[in-house]
Design a protein around this ligand. Sequence first.
Ligand code: ATP
Ligand code: MG
Length: 199
Amino acid sequence: MTDRDSRHRQAMQRLKTHVDERIANASEQRGQLLVFTGNGKGKTTAAWGTVARALGYGYPVGIVQFIKGSWECGERERLSDDPRLEVAIMATGFTWDTQNREADTRACQRVWQQARRMLEDPDVYLVVLDEVTYMLKFGYLAIEDVMDALARRPAEQTVIVTGRNAHRQLLDAADTISEIQETRHGFNAGLEARRGIDY
Ligand code: ATP
Ligand code: MG
């Protein structure tokens, strides 16, 4: 063995000891709260990736899309025939122009009732609250209601929250926070959102 080989081997052994120690320390078993936030692209796709992962083991999953309306969404097309997946979509009424606060608030509250039901159901292994951060920001939904439902949820249930500008209380309660930074986005160079890639 060369010097370089044996140095590498020693380094790998040290790394393994360190990683094994950390794995042994991470032994708590419970559902988690994950927040995918930041301005970069990838929050919703990361959430759906986790949905596919959970469904892959046959776990029941609930997704609530707070902003999508009836927009196209390729991942929903692909996965929604899985009987273990329930998707609740905020009904018509929401527009980015938010010209009608009352209608938007009603639409939000309606879909929130479905979210609450999922958050009370011990059979649901994973709940995704996609873009819920905006509902809090616009005041369509009260942070107290969300925090209360999260706190009361079944101990084995994992929740993923996505959206920019996550509320401080959500961040404080989260087990895992991934902030996706926008280093660059093609949109700013005039690239149109692409079917099957962006939605
Ligand atoms: P994705 O759904 O692709 O994972 P996201 O959930 O991180 O993106 P959102 O803020 O929810 O991002 O944006 C919704 C839409 O805008 C998506 O079509 C996404 O591809 C696109 N998008 C995401 N980030 C940016 C950005 N920084 N600038 C412009 N468009 C973006
Ligand atoms: Mg998103």
